[in-house]
Design a protein around this ligand. Structure first.
Ligand SMILES: CC(C)(COP(=O)(O)OP(=O)(O)OC[C@H]1O[C@@H](n2cnc3c(N)ncnc32)[C@H](O)[C@@H]1OP(=O)(O)O)[C@@H](O)C(=O)NCCC(=O)NCCS
Length: 205
C-alpha cells in the first residue's frame, strides 16, 4: 500500500479567497512553523484567544503547541492559513481537526486573525474543513464553542450547522452538521491526498 510521509504534505495546499479577493494559502502545519504559530496566537486579541482556547491564556500552552505542529500525531491535523505581506508569508488563521473513525465524526476548531475577521475567511475555511472531513470518510462535522461566543455561533448558523448541548459542559454549545458534499465538489488537499493514495490508505503514518 502506498503511504505518505508527513514531509510530503508540503505539496498539498489549498487557496482560500477573502470576500475582497485576497489570496490566502491553506496548508498543513510544519514543525518549522512553531515560532510563527505562537506569534499568531500571541497576537490574537484577548477575546479571540479566549474564545479559541476556551480559557484565559497569553499564548498557546507549550504542550499544545507541540501537538499542533506535529501533523497527524494522535490522529489530529493542524492547518495554517498564510498570506504574503512584503514577500513574507504570515499566518493569518489556523484550524485543527480530528476524525473519530468509530463514529465517523469529524471535530474541529478554528480561528482567524482579528484584522481579517468578517471578510469571509472563516466561512471559506469551514467549507474547506467540510471537504477534508468528507475526504476522510466522516459523516458528521462538529465543534464545541463557548455559549458566549456569538461570532462562532453566527458563523456556524450561516454555514447551516444546528446546535445541541455540549455533553458535560453547560458553558459550551455544540454545532454540528451532516456531511452531504462529495469532496470533489470542493477541492481540498485531503481529497487530493486520498485520491492519489487510494481511498483506504492512511493519510500519514
Ligand atoms: C469565529 C471566527 C472564526 C469567524 O471568522 P470570520 O472570518 O470573521 O468569519 P466570516 O467573515 O467568514 O463570517 C461569515 C459570517 O459569520 C457571521 N459572523 C462572523 N463573525 C461574526 C460576528 N463577530 N458577529 C456576528 N456575526 C458574525 C456573519 O453572518 C458572517 O457573515 P457576514 O460578514 O456576511 O455578516 C472568528 O471570529 C474568530 O477567529 N474568532 C476567534 C476564535 C474563535 O472564536 N474560534 C471558534 C472556536 S471553535
Amino acid at each position: 500500500m502506498k503511504t505518505i510521509e508527513p514531509g510530503d504534505l508540503r505539496q498539498y495546499s489549498d487557496v482560500l479567497l477573502t470576500r475582497g479577493g485576497e489570496i490566502v494559502t491553506l496548508r498543513f502545519v510544519e514543525v518549522t512553523d512553531a515560532a510563527a504559530l505562537q506569534t499568531y496566537f500571541r497576537n490574537l486579541s484577548v477575546r479571540s484567544r479566549y474564545n479559541r482556547l476556551m480559557g484565559a491564556a497569553s499564548e498557546l500552552p507549550v504542550g499544545q503547541l507541540e501537538k499542533f505542529i506535529h501533523v497527524g500525531d494522535g490522529g489530529s491535523f493542524s492547518v495554517v492559513a498564510t498570506m504574503k505581506a512584503d514577500g513574507v508569508d504570515r499566518i493569518v488563521g489556523e484550524a485543527r481537526y480530528a476524525l473519530d473513525e468509530d463514529t465517523a465524526r469529524f471535530e474541529f476548531g478554528l480561528s482567524i486573525d482579528d484584522g481579517l475577521q468578517r471578510k469571509g475567511l472563516g466561512l471559506a475555511l469551514l467549507s474547506n474543513l467540510a471537504c477534508r472531513a468528507a475526504a476522510l470518510g466522516a459523516e458528521t462535522l462538529f465543534g464545541d464553542t463557548l455559549r458566549s461566543n456569538d461570532a462562532m455561533q453566527a458563523l456556524a448558523r450561516k454555514a447551516g450547522f444546528s446546535f445541541v448541548s455540549t455533553p458535560g459542559d453547560w458553558k459550551q454549545v455544540r454545532f454540528e452538521k451532516r456531511i452531504t458534499i462529495v469532496p470533489q465538489d470542493i477541492q481540498c488537499a485531503s481529497w487530493r491526498v486520498r485520491a492519489e493514495l487510494g481511498a483506504y490508505a492512511p493519510l500519514v503514518h
